[in-house]
Structures are given as C-alpha cells and as structure tokens.
Design a protein around this ligand. Structure first.
Ligand SMILES: O=P(O)(O)OC[C@H]1O[C@](O)(CO)[C@@H](O)[C@@H]1O
Length: 447
C-alpha cells in the first residue's frame, strides 16, 4: 500500500544535502526525547502513541454518540476555537462535497461552527438559521474556560433549551473537556450531558485524533477508523525504529530547520486542492503555537493555489527571499472531468480538449514549482495518493510528529503557548472582569 510521500530535493539548491543529513544526530536525539519523555513539555506527549492506543470500546462510544446526533439533527454546531475545532473542520472540509450545504438529499447533518470568533453578526445569523432547523451541539474546550466558545455555548444552549425543553436539549448536547476542571465540566456534570474527556497530556493543537476531532468527523459521516488507521501507519513510520533517512517526520524537521538557519523565516503551506484550505489553517496553529516563542520560529503561512497565484503569486515569485514552500499535492482526483472539444474554439482552448481538468491542475502545480524554485523559493512536497480518511490520518500524524521534533531542534518547548495569554488579560481588563480590577485601572490609564 502506498503512503504519503515527502520530497525535499527541491530544497537542495538552497541548502546542501550534506547539511540536512548533518541533522541526523540532533533529530535522533529529539525523537528519542519525545519517546522517552525527557524533553521540554514532556507532560504533553499524550498524542505521541495515541493512534495505536485507541481501543474498540472508545471507538464504539464515539460512533454511538455520533449516531444519536446524526439521527436527530439536521445541523450540528461544533463549538470550539483553535485546536478545539480546526482539526475537525480540516478533515470534514477535505472529505465533504464542495457544495455540501446545498445538497438536498442528505445522509448526514450539516456541521457548522461557533465559538471560533466573537462576531455578533455571525452569531445572530447562526441563531436565526437554527430557528428553522433541528440542531444539536458539540461543545469543545479543553480548559472549559475559553471566552469565545463559552459565549457561543451560552447562547446556543439557551436557544436549544427554549426550543426543545431542557430534557430534550440535554440529549442533544455533548461536551468534550477536561475530566474534572473548568466551567464546561461543571455545566456538563450539573446538566447531565454526555461527555468525552480530553486528557491532561494532550494539548489542543495535538488533539485532532481525540474525541475533539473524531466525534465531529464521525457526525459528518466519515470513517474515523480509517483516519486512525492512517495515523497508526505514520506513527510506526515516524517512530524510533525508522532510520533518519527513511523517517519523513525526521526529514521534514531537519530540512525546515536548515532552511530557517539560512534565512528562510516563513514557510508557506501550499495546496492545489480547494478542499485542503483548512488543513492549512490547522497546520498554522500547530506550527505557529508550537514554534513561535523566545523570539524565534518559522512564521507559518498558507495559500490555496491556483487561486492565490492570482493574488499572492507575485509576492512569492519576486518578493523578499525569506520564504520556502511546502506543497501538499494530491496524486489522484476522486472524480474525472474531461475538457470538451469545441468546433468554434472561441476561447482558444482546444489544445486542452480531451485532457482531464486534473492534468491542467498538475501542470499548473509543476509549472509553479519550477517558477518558484527558479525565483529563489525552495520547495518541499508532500504527496497524498488520494484524498481520503486514511491518507489524511497519515498526514495529520506526520505533521504532529515532525512538529515535536522540529520544536526540539529549535530549542523551544513545542507544547506550551504562553504568548496567547496577553490578549486575554487585556480583554478581561477592558471588560472589567471581576478579579482584574488592577489591570482594568492600568489599561484604562493607557487609552
Ligand atoms: O480548548 P480550549 O481550552 O478552549 O482552548 C482553545 C484554544 O485556545 C488556546 O489555548 C489558545 O488560547 C489554544 O492553544 C487552544 O487550541
């Protein structure tokens, strides 16, 4: 069976193969530190052997819970922010019909999201829409105290209870949170919601293969067993037993650190498949929160090609030469669409007649890679044989493992995110949250 494949040869005009190979000892140490729990943040390594440790009872519980929501809801609102929604959205978007919400003959509820912003219009419009739908809620927050999802949950819980009555609403709300701490846990215990636990040792951005990602993905009708099976394969392929040269996570971590050392301070994750947009968003959080600290770290950006070649393409081709690209390429489309011949040939496109649309896309991909490398942008490539649950599982785990190794090579703790607190403190001070009196006074004096 094929696996996802990493190619790094198009970086070698910019950094030497020898220099990348020179990371072997460092990478092996980093990988060993992860597996032995001897590195920074070692109390957050629950994701490391997670795929292979998921048991049948847990899967059945997830599937049975998903079935209840699938049978009773037209819409399921996933409430969460950052790692508490991005993984689910990334996988669901990657696997769904591009026009999912317009499909009339539905087998699965429409999954929508809330708590990932504080948009008043967004929440108003969502609640108006939900007045006409049978809906359920999956409320996800590891801390159980994050403002954005807590705010959305209060609004939607109230709406569901008012529309359905408290007893019916209780059966349509699932909480995924800490086993004992936080306001969401308190509410779940008090109201009697079905809950799933996010273990202490799994950080939000590494939680896609916990119920945080798995339950919404199962609700959307996708096969979480195949997703996990792909992740299990990658867990083995990126494990300690695989030598540096054959370990894709080790190779990716090494080459991106060497590029960074040589002034490539921004990595752009590129896709040529519109369904992968949110894989880019998930990846940005994974690498941004893990590596961006102590005044260092590659800045993670993402683009959708060919769309963004007509907006960001100019900058990438000729702007500051501090970037490199990592292209996610999908080898085989799931469907076939052949470009037709036209007698009039008014658009001059008969040279494409008989070709598949994907062939045009692949030539755009190849042409872009050559142009960008010529323009001074190193290119890495990750190829998925096809877009399905299994290869997405491989991809997610590959990125997680590489992130842990890469963060250790950089010398940071890849598993904390102290910098995220600064805005929260100011927001609470400005909103005059009880307990923030001194901060309120101080910040008000500055504005
Ligand atoms: O699941 P929680 O605790 O609501 O946190 C959501 C997100 O917020 C952060 O803690 C940052 O504020 C992320 O690390 C996390 O994914």
């Amino acid at each position: 069976m094929e696996n996802i494949k990493l190619s790094i040869d198009k970086a070698f005009g910019f950094v030497s193969e020898q220099a990348v190979a020179g990371y072997k000892a460092q990478v092996d140490d980093a990988n060993a530190a992860l597996h032995n729990g001897t590195g920074k943040g070692s109390d957050f390594l629950g994701w490391l052997n997670l795929p292979s440790s998921i048991d049948e009872a847990h899967l059945q519980d997830l599937e049975a819970t998903a079935k209840i929501l699938r049978n009773n809801c037209e819409v399921v609102v996933v409430i969460g922010i950052g790692g508490s929604y991005l993984g689910a959205k990334a996988v669901i978007d990657a696997l769904s019909n591009s026009f999912d919400w317009l499909l009339t003959e539905r087998k699965s509820p429409v999954v929508v999201y809330a708590g990932q912003n504080i948009g008043e219009d967004y929440l108003y419009e969502l609640q108006e829409l939900l007045k006409t739908k049978k809906f359920g809620i999956i409320s996800i927050s590891k801390s159980g105290t994050t403002t954005e999802p807590a705010l959305a949950f209060r609004l939607l819980k109230t709406q569901l209870e008012e529309e359905q009555g408290k007893a019916a609403a209780q059966k349509l709300i699932i909480a995924i949170t800490d086993k004992s701490r936080g306001a969401l846990r308190t509410a779940a215990t008090q109201e009697g919601y079905k809950t799933f636990v996010i273990e202490d040792n799994v950080g939000g951005r590494f939680s896609v293969l916990t119920p945080v990602g798995l339950l919404p993905i199962a609700v959307a009708g996708f096969d979480i067993r195949k997703l996990i099976s792909g992740a299990v394969t990658m867990e083995a392929k990126c494990g300690l037993e695989t030598p540096f040269e054959q370990n894709p996570a080790a190779q990716y971590a090494a080459v991106r650190n060497e590029l960074y050392k040589n002034g490539k301070t921004t990595e752009i994750l590129v896709n040529f498949h519109p369904k992968l947009h949110y894989i880019g968003e998930w990846w940005k959080q994974l690498y941004g929160e893990s590596e961006g600290k102590e005044n260092k770290g590659i800045f993670p950006a993402a683009v959708d090609f060919t769309t963004d070649l007509h907006s960001m393409g100019q900058w990438i081709q000729e702007g500051e030469r501090t970037i490199f690209e990592t292209v996610i390429s999908v080898k085989e489309s799931n469907y076939t669409k052949v470009f037709p011949h036209s007698e009039e040939n008014l658009d001059g496109l008969n040279f494409l007649a008989g070709k598949r649309v994907d062939e045009v896309n692949k030539m755009a991909e190849l042409g872009t890679m050559i142009a960008h490398v010529d323009g001074g942008v190193p290119n890495l490539k990750i190829e998925l044989p096809v877009l399905n649950e299994y290869y997405l599982g491989e991809l997610l785990y590959f990125f997680e493992k590489a992130c842990g190794i890469s963060g250790y090579i950089l010398g940071v703790n890849p598993f904390d995110q102290p910098g995220v607190e600064a805005y929260k403190k100011n927001m609470f001070a400005l909103l005059e949250k009880p307990g923030f009196e001194a901060e309120t006074k101080a910040i008000k004096a500055r504005i």
